[in-house]
Write a protein that binds this ligand. Structure first.
Ligand code: ZN
Ligand code: ZN
Length: 290
């Protein structure tokens, strides 16, 4: 299995619009492990479209419990189970992830019980282990090391950037955050930085369309990072490649790819990709560290 990153869903926020992109989820295949990062709506379908057999589900990481990152976690695990999952899946998430999973299982109790009895399936409750993490090292196994950094995403306090290191390659996900300079140290020399991004000129039109005016705009500006500032973090970290993810706005016909590129280029001259659903990359080697 080649090391690769697939962007499964790239829009910021939970709302869907006809023909538009889907909420946040990613697939990272690194060092022989398969990792799903965030489970926004559409993750199950996008994984199958990326050629991933659901019964091979292995590791899942959730950055925080906003619905555009966790809404389809339960349905993904349940669907993997009906697809023949027969070995343990580990789910790493912030405090509250275990509560979500227990309540999901309760909501599906009728179906789970009937499939165990009627179809002879193993008990889904025994196949999933949820591990809640805080800032610091999260896990290290089979050459894959994962660390977490608490980022700045008010009013959510349990929101974590994640760094995956394996075989000299490393990928960092910013999670949802306002401009957070410590991310540059956390992402130092990474092969790839997958950073959330927002474009100022699109925000006014977005809040007008969504219809929650001032409060929504206030939340966006306090909790997310402008594209130019994502470029600044990439430059300070000296990463090999910057990928913009969790785009706000994601489906504004007046915003073209070159608007994003122009904004980032004020601070970052290195390799750059503006995310879109289904985009896949081979992982480059480490960044220059410069
Ligand atoms: Zn989000
Ligand atoms: Zn969020």
């Amino acid at each position: 299995m080649a090391d690769r990153l697939v962007l499964l869903g790239t829009k910021g926020g939970p709302a869907l619009r006809p023909g538009g992109p889907w909420p946040t989820s990613s697939l990272l295949e690194i060092g022989g492990r398969s990792v799903v990062v965030d489970c926004g709506l559409g993750v199950t379908r996008a994984l199958t479209e990326a050629g991933v057999g659901l019964k091979t589900l292995d590791l899942v990481f959730i950055t925080h419990l906003h619905s555009d990152h966790v809404l389809e976690l339960g349905p993904l695990l349940h669907t993997a189970w009906t697809a023949g999952l027969d070995k343990t899946v580990r789910v790493y998430g912030p405090a509250g992830t275990g509560h979500y999973w227990q309540r999901f299982l309760q909501s599906m109790e009728f179906d789970i019980e009937i499939r165990i009895g009627d179809e002879g399936r193993p008990d889904l409750r025994d196949l999933v282990i949820v591990e809640e993490f805080a800032e610091g090292p999260v896990m290290e196994t089979d050459g894959l090391a994962v660390g977490a950094l608490r980022v700045d995403h008010p009013p959510v306090t349990e929101c974590f950037a994640l760094r995956f290191d394996s075989g000299g390659k490393s990928v960092v996900f910013s999670a949802d955050t306002a401009l957070f300079p410590p991310l540059a140290g956390f992402a130092k020399g990474a092969s790839m930085l997958v950073h959330e991004a927002m474009l100022e000129e699109g925000i006014e039109r977005l809040v007008a369309r969504t219809g929650n005016g001032a409060r929504l705009k206030e939340h966006l500006l306090a909790s997310h990072t402008l594209a130019a500032d994502a470029g600044r973090i990439a430059a300070d970290a000296g990463v090999g490649h910057l990928v913009l993810h969790h785009l706000i706005p994601a489906d504004d016909p007046e915003v073209a790819e070159n608007h994003w590129i122009d904004a980032v280029r004020t601070n970052w001259n290195g390799p750059l990709t503006i995310g879109r659903d289904g985009l896949a990359f081979d992982l480059p080697a480490k960044g220059t560290g410069g």
